[in-house]
Structures are given as C-alpha cells and as structure tokens.
Write a new protein. Structure first.
Length: 385
C-alpha cells in the first residue's frame, strides 16, 4: 500500500491548486468523521479517489473470476462492479472491531466482500456508489453460514476504486442477474434472488413482540414488474432504513432477498439484514460523450468542466424568467455543451474549470448550430464529485 507521503505527493502533482495544508485539513476532517478508527493511508486513498487521483501499484495484478473462487484461498485478487453497499457496524463486545461489506459482480457471478476495520471506509455510501468498479487484492476466502464463498479484506488487503486497467464494459450491471417476478415459483423457495420493480400498495410498518419480549418491526408492500407482482416483507432494522423512500410508483432494486412461503400458500420476498434495497437509479451507467445522440432521455453522464459556466436569466416561451447556466464538459471520448436550468443553473454557477461532475436524468437535444447538447430538467441531479 502506498505511504501517506506518497499519496499526498500524488494528490499535489495532479492538483497543483491544492497545498499540503489543504490535503491535511481534509484528512483531519475525515478522521473526525470516522472517529479515528481508519488509518491515514486509507482515508487519503478515499480523498484521492474523490479528487479523481488513482492510487495504484505499478504492476498489473492477476485476478480470478468470481465463479472460480472456493473457500480456503489466500492472497486472492478479484475485480468487479459494485451492486450493493452495506455500511460499517461496530462490535463493542469485540473491542470495537468494525466490519462492512459490498456485493460485487463479474460475468461469472456475485460475491460478497467483507471489509475489516480501516478497510470499512471503502463501504461508505457517501463515497462508494453502486455501479463503480473496484479491485480487491491480498484477500482470503471463507465459506459463509449459507455455504457460499465470500472474500475477506483485512489488514494486509488492498482496495482500489475505479482501477485504470479494469474496463467497466467487461462487467455486467445488476440487471444481468435479475429474476423476473413472474418467474418466481416454488423452485425458488428459500433461495436468494435479485428483483427490480415498482411499488404498488404499501402497508405501514408495525411492531410485534418476540419470544424474548423484545420488539421487532415489519413492513409489507407489493412490488410489480411487467411479468407479475409479489409481496415484499421488510424486517426490523431494515424497516427504518427503507421507510423514507418506500411509496407508490417508486422503482426499487432488491438484491440478495430470500423467497419464502407466505401464509396464504403463495410466495413472498423477505428483506433482511443481508439484503440490499434502494431506489433504482435512473441510469446505472454513465454514458460516454461520444455515444450521445439526439433524443436520448433519462440518461446519466459524468465529465470534467472544460469551459466555466456562464449564468444568465432568460425568458421562456411562457414568458417565465428563469436562470440558465451554459458550460462545456469533457471526458476521454469528447466534449459537449450543457444547458442547466433553474435550480441546476445555480449549482452549475459555482463550478470551476477542471471540476469533475455527474449529471443524472438528463436528455440530449439539438442546440445552437444544430449541434447536440445536454439539457437538464426538474428531476435532474447535478453533483460535483
């Protein structure tokens, strides 16, 4: 793993506008947030990743396909696309041991990666997002309580976010591992599945008393896709996690849920501690600028600001005076102009040349000079990375 000084030098070489004091202030801020549990090296790697600086070893690392892993292996290297993130938990009975996990996928299957102590920073949902590429080195494999192989990354392990020699196009998204709701039959009973669908009716959460007199929570809703519908049952801590976004018409992604027999003799899907559930992204993939075409809608793009935004007020066809920010972004495949409207114009106005941004739920249209451009709408999310 790179040392503190090596990482700082790499950051400063890529970002000459920053000083060493700037980097150290960011490091101290992250240390306060994480309570001192995570090493400076790991935190600086996360800071570097956020600044678009790759901290990798020079030599290419051998890797295995997920489907070929067996328990008992050591010094394992695998790469995959993140399809679920489970934040850290602290086990006070084990002297503050911290553990978190991710689910990653390659073309051969899905793997749970267990991160220990300072490595839990790589399961922070504010920094690691579903869809990113990651590589794990010097790990070891174990069999979990369900008989499946999982990879553990401890003190000697290394983690890379978006490693340069791992091509995203070679790794499937979660859609490659989905089961259609209409295909869920008795053969799936007690098996783990991944589903995608829209919420129909929702039954509000309720509490119940367990045999040990403690209280549990349960919530039910119906999820539907084009092939059918099924009841989803959410248990205990997961109820608090999801109740803020479970509503009619919400599109959900549920990963690693368990199929069980329902009281009415049908089947239902259970969401437990090992299940990932979240709103389904409007686009799992960030499209490359060279692939953009007129008429594309509800897409996501990421890039670097190439021309500083210009903010002005314009009058719409309805006579409404609104804010508009126009700027250009680029990636490794090309450049394109962006028209950011209303609230997104105010966000864009704060951007500077060189800032890395993401644009989610935008559309592509013809603009000035009949050239295509990206345009925002009310549901667009513009973020600086």
């Amino acid at each position: 793993m790179a040392t503190v000084e090596e990482i700082i030098r790499k950051i400063l070489s890529k970002h000459p506008e920053l000083s060493r004091d700037d980097v150290m202030k960011r490091l101290e801020s992250e240390k306060r947030k994480t309570g001192g549990y995570i090493s400076d090296e790991i935190l600086l790697q996360m800071i570097a990743a956020g600044l678009g600086v790759e901290i990798t070893s020079e030599a290419a690392k051998p890797k295995l396909l997920i489907g070929r892993l067996v328990p008992g292996l050591s010094d394992v290297t695998v790469a995959g696309r993140v399809i679920a993130v489970f934040p850290a938990k602290v086990y006070e009975k084990s002297k503050g041991v911290r553990v978190a996990s991710l689910l990653i996928a390659d073309k051969s299957g899905i793997l749970r990666v267990v991160l220990w102590n300072d490595k839990v920073a790589f399961a922070d949902p504010s920094k690691i997002r579903v869809g990113q590429m990651m590589r794990f080195s010097h790990g070891y494999t174990r069999e979990d309580r369900f008989g499946k192989v999982e990879l553990h990354i401890g003190e000697k392990g290394e983690v890379e976010v978006n490693p340069p020699n791992v091509e995203a196009k070679d790794y499937p998204t979660i859609t490659g591992f989905l089961t259609k709701i209409g295909e869920i039959t008795s053969t799936y009973k007690n098996k783990r599945i991944n589903i995608l669908g829209k919420v129909e009716n929702v039954v509000q959460p309720s509490t119940f008393e367990r045999q040990d007199s403690s209280l549990g929570k349960v919530m039910r809703f119906t999820l539907a896709d084009e092939t059918g519908k099924i009841t989803v049952v959410v248990w205990n801590d997961k109820v608090d996690e999801v109740k803020g976004f479970i509503r009619r018409e919400a599109k959900l992604q549920i990963v690693n849920a368990k199929v069980k027999k329902a009281l009415n003799e049908g089947l239902e899907v259970h969401v437990e501690s090992g299940t990932y559930i979240n709103l389904y992204p409007l686009s799992e993939e960030f499209m490359k600028i060279s692939d953009l075409r007129e008429g594309l809608r509800n897409i996501s793009v990421e890039g670097k600001v190439a021309v500083t935004p210009i903010l002005r007020e314009v009058k719409t066809s309805r006579g409404e005076l609104v804010k508009l920010a126009v700027f250009e972004i680029e990636d490794e495949t090309g450049k394109i102009w962006v028209s950011a409207w209303r609230e997104n114009a105010e966000v864009a106005a704060k951007l500077k040349t060189g800032d890395k941004i993401t644009l989610k739920n935008v559309y592509v249209k013809k603009g000035f000079g009949e050239k295509i451009e990206i345009s925002t709408k009310k549901t667009t999310i513009l973020n600086k990375k």
